[in-house]
Design a protein around this ligand. Structure first.
Ligand code: PTJ
Length: 244
């Protein structure tokens, strides 16, 4: 990786780009993932590259929702695998959630590369034995594992397209999304949307999970019930449009 000077004002952002670039070179991240990264960066810039209160509220509700679930699954694509493999390990452990590799530009080769890459970071991921399909979805994202997303009750999705989010919801699954664009279809179709960068949100979720595990079912249900995703998205959109 090219060495970025310590005092470079955009050090973090440039290092993140290198992670994605390396992911692309290794055949983990799709070429389209480079474009997705650019879109994300633009929104992150408008958000001040920080985690806002609306994101913290969504994180709390998302973690409560996941802890209440019986079969939660974290869905990982080529960008998330390149950016956050260690964070995925921590979060899946903290939430007791399975991890499944699910790709829009699915090829068995990419699936196997990502599964191996995650294994190298201590994550045992599903995805290579995907034989089931999510009903109503045409894209290759419909192809899922029986013991993973197919039978999940809550799915965490990141850098997602609105179609699958909508179909997962239609298939009666709770969907938690992490998306820097509060106006995207994914953001609007998910039950709980965390408008934040995955690189910041995932560690915060793992930390929150350790706290919320101490709470009982009723307390967790109250957190979910009091959470208002529409209101939260409006707050995020206001920041994007008007600044902070
Ligand atoms: O790995 P595959 O084959 O599944 O490919 C998936 C890609 C990345 C090609 C696909 O999901 C895609 O095209 O993504 P989009 O629609 O360009 O991006 C989805 C959303 O993620 C956009 O709203 C971006 O703003 C947002 N986003 C990008 N980077 C981040 C992000 N959200 C959170 N954290 C990020 N780092």
């Amino acid at each position: 990786m090219t060495l970025i000077p310590k005092n470079h004002p955009r050090k973090k952002s440039l290092e993140t780009r290198h992670l994605i670039e390396n992911g692309f070179r290794k055949g983990i991240t799709h070429a389209q993932g480079l474009i997705a990264q650019g879109r994300g960066e633009a929104f992150d810039y408008l958000l001040g590259e920080k985690t806002h209160d609306f994101a913290r509220k969504a994180i709390k509700a998302a973690v409560a929702q996941t802890l209440l679930s019986e079969r939660p699954v974290i869905s990982v694509n080529g960008n998330v695998a390149a950016l956050c493999p260690r964070e995925i390990k921590e979060l899946s452990k903290a939430l007791g959630a399975k991890v499944e590799v699910n790709l829009f530009y699915r090829s068995e080769e990419r699936i196997s590369r990502i599964v191996k890459h995650l294994a190298g970071h201590g994550v045992k991921a599903l995805g290579s034995k995907a034989r089931k399909r999510i009903k109503g979805l045409e894209s290759k994202r419909a192809i899922v594992e029986d013991k993973g997303i197919y039978s999940a009750d809550t799915v965490l999705v990141m850098l997602e397209d609105g179609d699958r989010t909508e179909m997962l919801v239609k298939n009666r699954k709770k969907v938690v999304a992490i998306d820097l664009n509060p106006m995207s279809r994914t953001a609007r179709k998910a039950g709980i949307t965390i408008v934040d960068n995955v690189a910041r949100a995932l560690p915060l979720m793992a930390k929150e999970a350790k706290e919320l595990k101490k709470k009982n079912k009723k307390e967790l249900e109250k957190i979910v019930k009091n959470y208002d995703n529409k209101k939260n998205l409006k707050e995020a959109e206001k920041i994007v449009r008007e600044g902070f």
